[in-house]
Design a protein around this ligand. Structure first.
Ligand code: URA
Ligand code: SF4
Length: 213
């Protein structure tokens, strides 16, 4: 007899009946929509105002974010803040979140190494992102890196080919994908580091311009 496979779960049973950012944040604390909650410290929900006109979506919390419970507060967050400042944007005018709300990692001795979330985990977590966007209804949605971009545009999307291109979509009138701030940290040499940072800033300047139009 064939064994019955358990259907893959997702976050939807954990969503509150009515959406508001405080209600979503509270409910997300006890999400078991995929297995990532088991090893992670806590849910790292998005942060910012429900009136924000721009939403940034990263990949998943890193080690520091997992410990502090806030998105983009570690090394990638510092690059992100620097790029925002260079582009004339302020973090407090924005809403910042991740495609996946729990830290996915590989233990290596005492360290916890970032592990790219699986497609199934991104899919399982997407009801939270969709709910955040449903409340905020941003004018501009910025996808930081391949995981966030593929969460919205599908697995075929290539950030290397399509970064900086503004496209309309269901989730916002203007959607733009750019480098993940960690790509600056992972660059193989200082020339690549400078180039990636410059491109990230240029894309954020385009975001600033969209907000002014
Ligand atoms: N990288 C991300 O994608 N998100 C964070 O919150 C931190 C690092
Ligand atoms: Fe739920 Fe997302 Fe955490 Fe998985 S990663 S348990 S879907 S909040």
């Amino acid at each position: 007899m064939a064994t019955k496979r358990k259907p893959p779960g997702d976050a939807s049973p954990f969503l509150p009946e009515r959406f508001s950012l405080p209600k979503l944040r509270e409910a997300a604390k006890s999400c078991h929509g995929c297995d990532l909650y088991i090893a992670a410290t806590q849910t790292v929900f998005g942060e910012g105002s429900s009136n924000a006109r721009v939403v940034f979506v990263g990949e998943q919390p890193g080690d520091s974010e997992d410990v502090q419970g806030r998105p983009f507060v570690g090394p990638a967050g510092r690059i992100f803040d620097e790029a925002l400042t260079k582009a004339g944007l302020e973090r407090k005018q924005t809403y910042v979140t991740n495609a996946v709300k729990h830290f996915s990692f590989e233990p290596r001795g005492k360290a916890r190494l970032h592990k790219r979330p699986r497609v199934g985990e991104v899919r399982a977590c997407s009801p939270w992102l969709r709910a955040e966007l449903d409340v905020i209804k941003p004018d501009v949605l910025v996808l930081l890196g391949a995981v966030a971009a593929q969460a919205v545009w599908g697995a075929q999307f290539r950030v290397s080919q399509e970064r900086g291109v503004v496209k309309p979509g269901e989730l916002a009138e203007a959607i733009i994908a750019t480098h993940h701030p960690s790509a600056v940290l992972r660059a193989p040499d200082s020339e690549a580091r400078k180039r990636i940072f410059k491109e990230l800033v240029a894309d954020l300047r385009a975001v600033k311009k969209l907000l002014q139009d």
